[in-house]
Design a protein around this ligand. Structure first.
Ligand SMILES: Cc1cc2nc3c(=O)[nH]c(=O)nc-3n(C[C@H](O)[C@H](O)[C@H](O)COP(=O)(O)O)c2cc1C
Length: 224
C-alpha cells in the first residue's frame, strides 16, 4: 500500500486512482483555476490520473424543476455527472462569494444531484480555495461542505485555502512560499492515500457486523 512521504512505501506502489479536478470560476484569469492546475500537477507527480476540467464544461441554466421533469439534466450538469462517474474522487477549487458558495457551483451541484444513481454519493472530495483576502476564501468551503456531505460525498476533513492568492504563485505556477507549498503537497498526498485505500483495500471499506463488540463466533456471526 502506498503511503505518504512520512510513510513506508513509495508512491510508485500506488494503485490506479482517477481524480476529477476543476475550479468553480469562469473568469479568464481565475486564481482558483491556477490552484486547480497546481493540484492536478501535484496529483500526477504522486502517481494519480487527472481529468482537469473547466467550470464552463459544467455550467448550465438556473435549476428549474419543470425543465428537469421534462428534459432531465442539461448539457453542462450532465457533463459533470458523466465525469464524476468516470472518476474515483474529485477536487474542487472554489472562490468564496459573499462568504459562501458561488451560485454557479451550487446550481451545477443541484442539477447533478437529481440524477440517479446520485453521483456524489460515496465519492471522496477535497476542497480548495484561493482568494486575494487574508483567509483565502475558507468560509466558502465550509458552506460548500454542506450540500456535498448532504449528498453522501466523503469530504476530506482538511481543506486548503490560499490567502493573498493574487501574489502567492511563483513564475512556474507553484506556491512561492516553500512551507506553504509543502503543506499543499502533503494535503493532496494524504487525500490521495485515503482515496486509494478506499478504492483498493477491502480492509478500508465499511463492514456491517451484527452484534459488533460481542465475542466473534463463526457459527452465529453475520458480517457484510
Ligand atoms: C460576487 C463576489 C463576491 C465575493 N465575495 C468574496 C468573499 O466573501 N470573500 C473573499 O475572500 N472574496 C470574495 N470575492 C473576491 C474573490 O475572492 C476574487 O474575485 C477571486 O479572485 C475570485 O476567484 P477567481 O479568481 O478564481 O475567479 C468576491 C467576488 C465576487 C465577484
Amino acid at each position: 500500500m502506498a503511503t505518504s512521504s512520512q510513510g513506508s512505501v513509495p508512491a510508485a506502489g500506488r494503485g490506479p486512482v482517477r481524480f476529477l479536478v476543476f475550479a468553480a470560476s469562469l473568469r479568464a484569469e481565475s486564481l482558483n483555476r491556477r490552484l486547480a492546475q497546481l493540484a492536478a500537477r501535484v496529483i500526477e507527480q504522486h502517481g494519480g490520473t487527472v481529468d482537469l476540467a473547466a467550470m464552463a464544461d459544467f455550467d448550465g441554466p438556473s435549476y428549474d424543476q419543470d425543465v428537469d421533469a421534462k428534459d432531465g439534466l442539461p448539457q453542462g450538469p450532465d457533463e459533470l455527472r458523466r465525469r464524476l462517474e468516470a472518476s474515483d474522487a474529485f477536487v474542487i477549487a472554489s472562490p468564496e462569494y459573499n462568504a459562501s458558495i458561488p451560485g454557479l457551483l451550487k446550481n451545477a451541484i443541484d442539477w447533478t444531484s437529481r440524477h440517479r444513481p446520485q453521483p456524489f454519493n460515496g465519492r471522496h472530495g477535497l476542497l480548495l480555495s484561493a482568494s486575494p483576502s487574508l483567509v483565502g476564501g475558507n468560509r466558502g468551503l465550509w458552506a460548500l461542505r454542506v450540500p456535498l456531505e448532504h449528498l453522501g460525498a466523503r469530504v476530506y476533513p482538511d481543506m486548503f485555502s490560499l490567502a493573498e492568492a493574487h501574489r502567492a504563485f511563483g513564475p512556474e505556477g507553484g506556491i512561492a512560499n516553500e512551507q506553504l507549498a509543502a503543506r499543499f503537497d502533503r494535503t493532496i498526498e494524504a487525500f490521495m492515500d485515503l482515496v486509494e485505500a478506499a478504492k483498493h483495500y477491502p480492509c478500508a471499506k465499511k463492514a456491517w457486523i451484527e452484534f459488533l463488540g460481542e465475542r466473534p463466533n463463526a457459527v452465529i456471526d453475520r458480517v457484510e
